[in-house]
Design a protein around this ligand. Structure first.
Ligand code: GLN
Length: 196
């Protein structure tokens, strides 16, 4: 099993280190052709407008939509969550439009541009250490989206079948259990006898 990390902008290497700790092989994805060589994809944080522009420029919008439509798992963190959403508050155009949710960018206020906390995440036994940096929140979810965690009543982790999204940066701590959770999603999505 191999998991790709979209390498257009953001914390690519940190995600690869966390995946390695979770026992998963990984590779950076720079070209659309490389998508077909991985069983799952992480879209890292960074700046969503920039990531969106680069995805359009290099053909990743259609390619990731097709990839997800094949049932391949996709995990977006922070700006990666924003680009996965169907709707962005404030009327800004959405990017991949994969997950049935509305997101609000930079939602935790200027005084709290970045902070860390321990988050209860459904499906993971002990709280997960989370780093929020100019983080978005999920302001609304459709019926197929399962809320996995909230912070002060705001949704910050969600799952829709094979799609996973987190407002924060799980790759910036030593806690790799969310990567483990995603690796398990990828493992169970693989067709029997898959050689990828
Ligand atoms: N604030 C950024 C955005 O709106 C996301 C920040 C992050 O990925 N740490 O794109």
């Amino acid at each position: 099993m191999k998991i790709g990390v979209l390498a257009l902008q953001g914390a690519v290497e940190e995600h690869r280190v966390s995946l390695g700790r979770a026992g998963a092989e990984s590779m950076p994805i720079k070209r659309v052709e490389e998508l077909q060589t991985v069983d799952g994809l992480i879209i890292p944080g960074g700046e969503s407008t920039t990531i969106g522009k680069l995805m359009r420029k290099y053909g990743f919008i259609e390619a990731i939509r097709d990839y997800a439509a094949q049932g391949r798992p996709v995990f977006g963190t922070c700006a990666g969550l924003i680009v996965m959403a169907k709707r962005i508050d404030g009327g800004e155009p959405a990017h991949l439009e994969l997950m049935d949710m509305t997101v609000s960018r930079n939602a935790f206020g200027r005084q709290r541009e970045s902070f860390e906390c321990d988050l209860e995440v459904k499906g993971i036994d002990e709280p997960v250490r989370a780093v929020f940096i100019r983080a978005p929140l999920i302001s609304e979810v459709g019926p197929e989206v399962e809320v996995l965690s909230t912070y002060r009543d705001e949704i910050v982790t969600a799952r829709q079948g094979h799609l996973l999204a987190a407002s924060y940066h799980p790759e910036l701590t030593d806690d790799y259990r969310l990567h483990q959770y995603f690796a398990d999603m990828v493992e169970s999505s693989r067709p029997a006898g898959s050689i990828v």
